[in-house]
Design a protein. Sequence first.
Length: 313
Amino acid sequence: MIDLEAVVALRAVATNGSVAAAADALGFTPSAVSQQIKRLERGTRVALLERAGRGVVLTDAGRQLVTSSATVLADLERIEADLHLTGQTMGPDGAPARRITGEVRIGAFSTAVRGLLVDVLPRLREEHPELRVPLRESEPWETIALVASGQRDLGIVHRWGGVALAMPDHLVETPLFTDVADVILRREHPLAGRTELTPADLAEQQWIATFDSTICRQWLRRLFDGVSNAPRIVHESMEFENHLELVRAGLGVALVPRMGRPPLPDDLVAIPTVRPASTRGVSAVHRRSQADSPALQAVLDAVRAGSAGPHAP
């Protein structure tokens, strides 16, 4: 019989592009993932991976197995959801209430972690003590891939303006809220007295930005469409809190989202952009096959409630 855990490992290699990346996504060692796939090859008596340069790629049989297993794994998720419907406790009104058990693995970008989930996860633990909700931080594109491949169950993602974010057909997207990013400047900066800033106003500035591979960096480039030689990136950091400190040091300006942003010190100001506005839509995504899972719905409901809470942007 085919080892389904090993199939998940193979799917992770297909999604992430290497054994090492698959191991990181699954929380295993590369050796453990390799052993799972070798065991799967012995059981099926076909080669599923082959060498390609210094890495590996799936064989035709490997790709067929990954494609064919999607339906089976989805069916198992639905069966698990049905099992979680069986346990009931009494609610505060005396009516039967579902006891939420199991595990919902979350993937989310960094500002959603500190601006949303640090409040949501403790409440979930208090309300559903038998529910496990492990968290992994990841960029939106990676989060979608992890949810689509079954390595995460719920993803919190964002899309800036017109920056594309491909969504596979078997995922369901739930809009949560719109976040705004402001240009952060030192209070004595010549532009600090403005109530709004256009890309033309900012064309000559030196910028602190996230890495080139991030969706936030893509938006910063899109913001300056039509403005020559801008933006001029001089410093790069993945942490927006570092951006604030670099601005305080007089090393440039930065575009920092409001969600998860700490209160600004007195020597910094935040000014929104116009034409275009720097806004991003924040959404939750999950596989369609988990739509009836009480555990996933409990987490999604908590995320929705947290999105409307006083800490939300």
